[in-house]
Ligand binder design. Structure first.
Ligand SMILES: [Zn+2]
Ligand SMILES: [Zn+2]
Length: 264
């Protein structure tokens, strides 16, 4: 067996082990309801789960708690019981799922990685909280402060000055995007050209362009599916962090599936 083969085999077995353990975990609420463990000589449901599948006490508790909180959420309950989705993901979803939105969250839990799901849950929490505006205490360097003070002392309206500056900046960015979009060649690769990347960066800064997200942007997403458009049009590019990029694609995929269903 080569190193690569051994590695592939280990990965496959590992994935299967996780899947079967997930399925086992899904059975626990029903085993517990029937007190099946007692009839087979196990001191507790915890002993049952540990001896049969090596589950920790916490993992068993999570499964039982989830089952209890999903009593009025049949879609999520089914995902738990048939072991389709990991307990770790369901625990995340539990904090935001309601009777009304449970099928949305059941979908996301199946499509997204644990990390992306965490991000989406966090966004949901932030959206449902009152908004705190970032930058409420703006800080300028001493030299900028002294220049602004000077201008203010001369009777110049700082608010108007800064508004003009911000409008100018936006105008310049819009012009540059227009110039790039005007004669846009069919792209030969997914790699966004340097000039286009610069204007996207100038517009969006360094952070992920999802308003609630404070992570650095690491990838540029084509909001018009690149495979179809084959264009790097700066009007349809959004810098995203890795997690939000994955979410964007998972949602696109769902929309495409829905369309196909509607057509077919
Ligand atoms: Zn993308
Ligand atoms: Zn993000």
């Amino acid at each position: 067996m080569t190193d690569q083969e051994l590695y592939e085999k280990a990965k496959l077995y590992g994935q299967n082990a996780l899947l079967w353990r997930q399925k086992f975990t899904g059975l626990l609420p029903e085993v517990n309801r029937r007190r099946l463990h007692e009839r087979h000589g196990f001191g507790s449901i915890f002993e049952f789960a540990y001896k049969l599948a090596g589950l920790s006490e916490q993992q068993v508790k999570n499964a039982l708690n989830l089952e209890a909180s999903f009593t009025n959420k049949p879609t999520l309950k089914a995902l738990l019981e048939n072991g389709q989705v990991s307990i770790n993901k369901l625990v995340r979803v539990q904090s935001v799922a309601t009777q009304e939105n449970e099928s949305f969250w059941a979908n996301q839990a199946q499509v997204l990685s644990k990390k992306a799901l965490e991000t989406l849950v966090r966004d949901e929490r932030i959206v449902s909280q009152p908004k705190v505006l970032p930058g409420q205490d703006l800080q300028f360097s001493a030299s900028v402060q002294s220049r602004l003070h000077e201008l203010q002392a001369k009777g110049i309206d700082l608010d108007q000055l800064l508004t003009e500056f911000l409008d100018q900046r936006e105008g310049k960015i819009a012009q540059e995007k227009e110039a790039i979009a005007e004669n846009l060649p069919v792209a030969t690769s997914r790699q966004v050209p340097a000039r286009t990347r610069r204007v996207v960066r100038a517009e969006n800064g360094t952070k992920c362009s999802i308003p609630t997200c404070q992570r650095s942007a690491t990838e540029i997403h084509h909001t018009q599916t690149f495979a179809l458009s084959r264009r790097h049009d700066p009007h349809y590019l959004a810098p995203l962090c890795k997690a939000h990029h994955q979410i964007a694609h998972a949602i696109n995929l769902k929309v495409l599936e829905k369309r196909r269903e509607a057509v077919g």
